[in-house]
Design a protein around this ligand. Sequence first.
Ligand SMILES: Nc1nc2c(ncn2[C@@H]2O[C@H](COP(=O)(O)OP(=O)(O)OP(=O)(O)O)[C@@H](O)[C@H]2O)c(=O)[nH]1
Ligand SMILES: [Mg+2]
Length: 225
Amino acid sequence: MSPARVTALVPARDEALVVGRTVTALRSIEGIAEIVVVDDGSRDETAGVAGEAGARVLRSPNNRGKGWALEGALARLEPADVYLLIDADVGETASEAARLIEPVLAGELDLAIGALPPLPGGLGTVRAVSAWMIERAGAMRMESPLSGQRAVRGDALQACRPLARGFGVETAMTMDALRLGFRVEEIPVPMTHRLTGRDLLGFAHRGRQGWDILVAGAPRLLGLR
Ligand SMILES: Nc1nc2c(ncn2[C@@H]2O[C@H](COP(=O)(O)OP(=O)(O)OP(=O)(O)O)[C@@H](O)[C@H]2O)c(=O)[nH]1
Ligand SMILES: [Mg+2]
């Protein structure tokens, strides 16, 4: 039997400062066949830095948001047995993602979600809304419902397509996977990412996240999707 094909997908927008370290760390994980950086209309050198670090780069000239960028990448890529989704801003700590791949490769889980140590930052409102929706839809209590660090079996990810737009992608994927009966668990991972603070930009970011999560989650809660 040939080994399972694992593809890493790294959504990135304006991450030139860190994406190189993330890609390098992913390259240290055994068994990843391909690392694909999904650069979504970055205004900086993200694509060049990612390519130099050894990633394949799928680049879109316009910004489509995280979920649709990932959906577009899946449509273009050769199917994989397992996908590893890793945010571009986790840097060196991406090497810890091996802990997410293992239970999926072992057939123990269909979707392994990385629970990162809590960072100070926001008020937790967006996270609470996401967690509430997931609990309503799938009776699972989550610490890190917004975590973009996840390993997922190819068939489970296919069943959750089309992915929700923008920052709704994680919440919707978890709701869909639970509804469809896939085995979903959180795995603690000692990873970190860029801290979004309590300044104006931080609140704008959270507003966008919250909106995307409501737009993705509401139809699922109402059974419309
Ligand atoms: N492809 C794509 N990636 C994006 C887009 N916006 C953000 N990303 C990437 O998605 C990942 C998560 O975005 P962040 O801005 O770090 O958001 P977050 O970590 O969920 O938010 P906080 O926890 O509040 O900091 C990062 O790797 C971003 O570069 C986008 O429009 N398109
Ligand atoms: Mg982040």
